[in-house]
Design a binder for this molecule. Structure first.
Ligand code: CTP
Ligand code: MG
Length: 171
């Protein structure tokens, strides 16, 4: 139980970073409108500079607040957990952009659902934080829990954001 709670708390900067651009994104696209020879955008209109930066800052702030209240067993102390929050938020937004890059190469339109939508950002965040976290974060049970939870929560929260008028499409 304790272990599940820790994993939920660990996911805070990742989920916050992923959610914030929906509200705060907009303006100049991350790819500056660049089109590759396959006639598709590098990342597409769904990835903006403001969204990327807001996601990184928001995820870092959320994880930083958590670190002041509760130190996770995956990190050596609050400072390391704060640094990890930044790394996790950066990994999340990078994974999100890489996911869009792959989507565009597969000729899937921006905003359309795609199998990897749900997991790219989580996997990238976990890779990014590897040098900062200790090995207990990467136990098979914990990894499976985080992947399954995210596969369930991501479409659910997207549908809620759509109902709330924050997101144009329900995925
Ligand atoms: N967003 C943003 N900047 C980012 C990421 C997201 O502005 N770096 C905003 C965009 O308004 C985007 C919304 O958040 O439409 C939802 O994000 P996401 O589902 O990741 O993008 P999609 O529009 O689905 O585009 P893609 O197909 O490339 O994933
Ligand atoms: Mg999407």
């Amino acid at each position: 139980m304790n272990q599940l709670f820790d994993l939920l708390i660990f996911l805070v900067p990742i989920y916050i970073a992923n959610a914030i651009p929906v509200v705060l994104g907009g303006g100049m696209p991350l790819d500056f409108g660049l089109v590759l020879p396959d006639c598709e955008r590098l990342f597409g209109k769904g990835k903006t500079i403001r969204g990327f930066i807001a996601g990184v800052l928001g995820g870092t702030a959320a994880g930083g607040l958590v670190a002041m209240i509760y130190v996770l067993p995956f990190f050596a102390g609050p400072q390391q957990q704060f640094i990890a929050s930044f790394v996790l938020a950066l990994g999340t937004m990078t994974g999100d952009a890489v996911g869009s890059f792959v989507k565009r190469r597969a000729h899937v339109d921006s905003g359309r659902p795609f199998v990897l939508d749900t997991l790219f950002f989580l996997v990238m965040a976990l890779i990014f934080v590897y040098p900062v976290a200790n090995g207990s974060l990467y136990e098979p049970f914990g990894l499976a829990f985080m992947l399954i939870l995210t596969v369930i929560l991501h479409p659910l929260t997207n549908a809620i954001a759509n109902r709330a008028g924050l997101k144009k499409v329900p995925w």
